[in-house]
Design a binder for this molecule. Structure first.
Ligand SMILES: [Zn+2]
Length: 164
Protein backbone atom coordinates (compact mmCIF):
# COMPACT_ATOMS: atom_id res chain seq x y z
CA UNK A 1 0.00 0.00 0.00
CA UNK A 2 1.16 3.49 -0.80
CA UNK A 3 0.12 6.20 1.64
CA UNK A 4 0.53 9.87 0.94
CA UNK A 5 -1.15 13.11 1.84
CA UNK A 6 -3.17 15.19 -0.57
CA UNK A 7 -0.41 17.80 -0.93
CA UNK A 8 2.19 15.27 -2.09
CA UNK A 9 -0.33 13.48 -4.30
CA UNK A 10 -1.23 16.75 -6.03
CA UNK A 11 2.43 17.76 -6.38
CA UNK A 12 3.24 14.52 -8.21
CA UNK A 13 0.30 14.99 -10.59
CA UNK A 14 1.02 18.68 -11.21
CA UNK A 15 4.65 17.89 -12.01
CA UNK A 16 3.46 15.66 -14.86
CA UNK A 17 1.22 18.41 -16.18
CA UNK A 18 4.05 20.95 -16.07
CA UNK A 19 6.50 18.84 -18.05
CA UNK A 20 3.94 17.63 -20.60
CA UNK A 21 4.51 16.52 -23.37
CA UNK A 22 7.68 15.26 -21.69
CA UNK A 23 7.86 12.86 -18.81
CA UNK A 24 8.53 14.12 -15.32
CA UNK A 25 10.22 12.06 -12.66
CA UNK A 26 11.00 12.24 -8.99
CA UNK A 27 11.70 10.41 -5.79
CA UNK A 28 9.36 9.61 -2.90
CA UNK A 29 10.75 9.95 0.61
CA UNK A 30 9.17 8.46 3.67
CA UNK A 31 9.12 5.39 5.85
CA UNK A 32 8.58 1.80 4.94
CA UNK A 33 6.79 -0.48 7.37
CA UNK A 34 5.42 -3.94 6.65
CA UNK A 35 3.70 -3.60 3.29
CA UNK A 36 3.10 0.13 3.59
CA UNK A 37 5.24 2.79 1.97
CA UNK A 38 4.29 5.91 3.89
CA UNK A 39 5.34 8.96 1.85
CA UNK A 40 6.31 12.20 3.60
CA UNK A 41 7.65 14.17 0.65
CA UNK A 42 8.15 14.08 -3.12
CA UNK A 43 11.42 15.38 -4.55
CA UNK A 44 11.53 16.46 -8.18
CA UNK A 45 14.37 15.09 -10.25
CA UNK A 46 15.64 16.27 -13.59
CA UNK A 47 14.92 14.03 -16.54
CA UNK A 48 18.45 13.48 -17.82
CA UNK A 49 17.45 11.58 -20.92
CA UNK A 50 17.65 13.83 -23.92
CA UNK A 51 17.16 11.18 -26.61
CA UNK A 52 13.48 10.56 -25.96
CA UNK A 53 12.31 12.44 -22.89
CA UNK A 54 8.70 11.89 -23.94
CA UNK A 55 8.73 8.18 -23.20
CA UNK A 56 11.82 7.52 -21.11
CA UNK A 57 12.92 8.77 -17.77
CA UNK A 58 16.13 8.54 -15.89
CA UNK A 59 17.51 10.01 -12.68
CA UNK A 60 21.25 10.67 -12.71
CA UNK A 61 23.11 8.54 -10.13
CA UNK A 62 24.77 11.62 -8.60
CA UNK A 63 21.36 13.25 -8.17
CA UNK A 64 19.96 10.11 -6.57
CA UNK A 65 22.86 9.91 -4.11
CA UNK A 66 22.29 13.56 -3.18
CA UNK A 67 18.55 12.98 -2.65
CA UNK A 68 19.26 9.91 -0.54
CA UNK A 69 21.73 11.82 1.64
CA UNK A 70 19.23 14.63 2.20
CA UNK A 71 16.54 12.09 3.03
CA UNK A 72 18.68 10.45 5.71
CA UNK A 73 19.43 13.81 7.26
CA UNK A 74 15.67 14.13 7.72
CA UNK A 75 15.32 10.61 9.08
CA UNK A 76 13.62 9.40 5.91
CA UNK A 77 14.33 6.76 3.28
CA UNK A 78 13.66 6.51 -0.41
CA UNK A 79 10.39 4.55 -0.54
CA UNK A 80 9.49 5.06 -4.17
CA UNK A 81 9.82 6.79 -7.49
CA UNK A 82 7.31 8.52 -9.71
CA UNK A 83 7.07 9.50 -13.34
CA UNK A 84 4.42 10.45 -15.85
CA UNK A 85 3.16 8.88 -19.05
CA UNK A 86 2.23 11.63 -21.52
CA UNK A 87 -0.72 10.42 -23.61
CA UNK A 88 -0.25 6.85 -22.42
CA UNK A 89 -2.07 4.78 -19.78
CA UNK A 90 -0.78 4.60 -16.20
CA UNK A 91 0.68 1.15 -16.76
CA UNK A 92 4.33 0.18 -16.49
CA UNK A 93 6.29 -0.40 -19.65
CA UNK A 94 8.96 -2.98 -20.39
CA UNK A 95 11.58 -0.25 -19.95
CA UNK A 96 10.06 0.83 -16.62
CA UNK A 97 10.37 -2.74 -15.39
CA UNK A 98 13.92 -3.22 -16.66
CA UNK A 99 15.06 0.02 -15.04
CA UNK A 100 13.37 -0.71 -11.69
CA UNK A 101 15.90 -2.07 -9.20
CA UNK A 102 14.73 -0.88 -5.80
CA UNK A 103 12.99 -3.90 -4.30
CA UNK A 104 10.25 -2.91 -1.87
CA UNK A 105 9.87 0.52 -3.41
CA UNK A 106 6.68 1.89 -4.97
CA UNK A 107 6.76 2.96 -8.60
CA UNK A 108 4.06 5.55 -9.22
CA UNK A 109 2.86 6.36 -12.71
CA UNK A 110 0.49 9.17 -13.64
CA UNK A 111 -1.14 9.26 -17.05
CA UNK A 112 -1.25 12.77 -18.50
CA UNK A 113 -3.61 13.28 -21.42
CA UNK A 114 -3.44 16.54 -23.37
CA UNK A 115 -1.65 18.16 -20.46
CA UNK A 116 -4.13 17.08 -17.78
CA UNK A 117 -3.31 14.46 -15.14
CA UNK A 118 -5.59 11.41 -15.30
CA UNK A 119 -5.13 8.11 -13.49
CA UNK A 120 -2.35 7.64 -10.93
CA UNK A 121 -1.31 4.05 -10.22
CA UNK A 122 1.31 2.57 -7.96
CA UNK A 123 3.26 -0.64 -8.49
CA UNK A 124 5.23 -2.25 -5.71
CA UNK A 125 8.48 -3.88 -6.83
CA UNK A 126 8.38 -7.24 -5.09
CA UNK A 127 10.83 -10.12 -5.03
CA UNK A 128 14.23 -10.82 -3.53
CA UNK A 129 16.50 -10.25 -6.53
CA UNK A 130 16.67 -9.02 -10.14
CA UNK A 131 15.75 -12.55 -11.24
CA UNK A 132 12.43 -12.88 -9.46
CA UNK A 133 11.38 -9.22 -9.20
CA UNK A 134 7.82 -8.33 -10.19
CA UNK A 135 5.55 -5.32 -10.27
CA UNK A 136 2.38 -5.71 -8.20
CA UNK A 137 -0.43 -3.20 -8.35
CA UNK A 138 -0.94 -1.68 -4.92
CA UNK A 139 -3.57 0.49 -3.31
CA UNK A 140 -3.02 4.24 -3.17
CA UNK A 141 -4.40 5.86 -0.04
CA UNK A 142 -4.57 9.65 -0.03
CA UNK A 143 -5.15 11.32 3.32
CA UNK A 144 -6.21 14.91 3.87
CA UNK A 145 -3.51 15.59 6.39
CA UNK A 146 -0.50 13.30 6.43
CA UNK A 147 1.03 15.17 9.37
CA UNK A 148 -1.77 14.15 11.66
CA UNK A 149 -1.77 10.67 13.14
CA UNK A 150 -5.49 10.81 13.53
CA UNK A 151 -6.01 11.50 9.83
CA UNK A 152 -3.58 8.75 8.89
CA UNK A 153 -5.50 6.29 11.05
CA UNK A 154 -8.77 7.35 9.51
CA UNK A 155 -7.33 6.98 6.03
CA UNK A 156 -6.00 3.52 6.83
CA UNK A 157 -9.47 2.39 7.90
CA UNK A 158 -11.01 3.43 4.63
CA UNK A 159 -11.28 0.66 2.07
CA UNK A 160 -8.18 0.85 -0.08
CA UNK A 161 -8.85 0.45 -3.76
CA UNK A 162 -6.43 -1.00 -6.23
CA UNK A 163 -7.08 0.97 -9.32
CA UNK A 164 -4.62 -0.35 -11.84
ZN1 LIG B 1 7.07 4.70 -17.75
Amino acid sequence: MLKLNEQVYDAIRHHGEETYPHECCGVLLGRSKDDVNDVADAIRAGNTRTDSAHNRYHIAPQELVKIQRQARERGLDIVGFYHSHPDHPAQWSKTDFEEAHWLGCSYVITAVAQGAAQQTNSFLLTGSSEEDKAFVCEAVVVSNDGASNHAAETAAKEPATERC
